[in-house]
Design a binder for this molecule. Structure first.
Ligand code: FAD
Length: 306
């Protein structure tokens, strides 16, 4: 099913993001994670596209397996990095042949060791160009998502410009948006208000990463410009020497965070405006136990189903 279609009929949606593993051991552990995830019936699973388009083939392989072997709806990430229009057209066609009709269209990050994004010969500069190209090729047979940044994309000149560029992506044909990871809901709600104020009406899915490793999360947030609330940082520093404690801190914080994001309209003692978060996208880093635990908690809270 197209993700756009699913979003028309079901809220909230829950999705999980994985990356193509580089080793056989990594592949075995990814397959095990998918086996455990499949019975929980997530709305979709997505597979990232390596910086530099290096593991393009791996993304295709894994996303096809998710759909074929696990019966889970799948979405392939696709970037502009190092690819001409012909390369991209080829990937879109191969995805179609594998029955994968959902694409997250991104500009992409520069390959390791390179500072800036460089337009490939015959390729695209912005995600909006890629989205228009995919739409041209796939028409309404495809569902196309795009990325958005509650705390502003690090290269954007200012927040208003970033928002205007987001609008261009939606006008080019993005059906839904998935946010960069964030920990501070207040920042997300402020972003959501600005998005809706700019006339962007497509579903907005919140990107959540349960913390499982303190130094890793500090590195990530610095790289993407996300804020770690002081209270969470203090809890994580306290827990740092005990991996179990970090796990529980990460799970309980993210579960709370999702609970607030998904609070239904009218369920707010302070009568704040209803939220319009369409779902939760878990950044799993291929370690899914904490995301699965949170998913179960949220399903019980929202549907009564465990
Ligand atoms: P764009 O929307 O093109 O924006 C890039 C920058 O250009 C922004 O600062 C924007 O404000 C600016 N801009 C856009 N249009 C214009 C314009 N017309 N004129 C001037 N400036 C403009 N990266 C990967 O390599 N592989 C992945 O699989 C991957 N998956 C991701 C999944 C999600 C949910 C998210 C949020 C990010 C993901 N990324 C991935 C990271 C993403 O590729 C980077 O954040 C990248 O730097 C920007 O991609 P974008 O699609 O948002 O780019």
């Amino acid at each position: 099913m197209l993700i756009s279609e699913r979003l028309r009929h079901k809220r909230p949606v829950f999705s999980f993001e994985f990356f193509p593993p580089k080793t056989e051991e990594g592949e075995t552990s990814l397959m095990r994670a998918l086996e455990r995830l499949a019975p929980l019936e997530p709305d979709f699973v997505s597979v990232t596209y390596g910086a530099g388009g290096s593991n393009r083939v791996r993304t295709l392989e894994i996303v096809s397996r998710i759909k074929r072997d696990f019966g889970i709806e799948a979405m392939a990430h696709l970037t502009c990095v190092g690819s001409s229009r012909e390369d991209i057209a080829d990937v879109i066609d191969k995805l179609g042949e594998a029955g994968v009709n959902n694409i997250l269209a991104l500009r992409g990050d520069p390959p390791k060791g390179e500072q800036a994004f460089v337009v490939a010969e015959g390729g695209f500069r912005y995600a909006s160009d890629l989205i228009a190209f995919i739409r041209d090729r796939g028409g309404t047979e495809l569902s196309v998502g795009a990325a958005c940044y509650p705390e502003v994309h690090p290269e954007a000149v200012h927040a208003a410009a970033d928002l205007a560029h987001l609008r261009t992506k939606v006008d080019a044909g993005a059906d839904f948006l998935i946010s960069q990871l964030f920990f501070d809901n207040a920042r997300f709600f402020e972003f959501e208000r600005r998005v809706r104020g700019a006339g962007i009406e497509v579903p907005l899915i919140a990107g959540i990463m349960p913390v499982t490793n303190v130094s890793q999360i500090q590195r990530f947030t610095q790289m993407i410009g996300a804020t770690i609330p002081k209270s969470l940082e203090a809890r994580l520093i306290d827990a740092d020497s005990d991996p179990q404690e970090v796990f529980w801190t990460g799970v309980s914080y993210a579960a709370h965070q999702c609970g607030e994001l998904l609070r239904p309209p009218g369920d707010d003692p302070f009568d704040r405006p209803p939220r319009s978060v369409a779902g939760i996208h878990f950044y799993t880093l291929n370690k899914s136990p904490s995301s699965r635990a949170i998913f179960q908690i949220l399903r019980i809270a929202h549907t009564g189903l465990g």
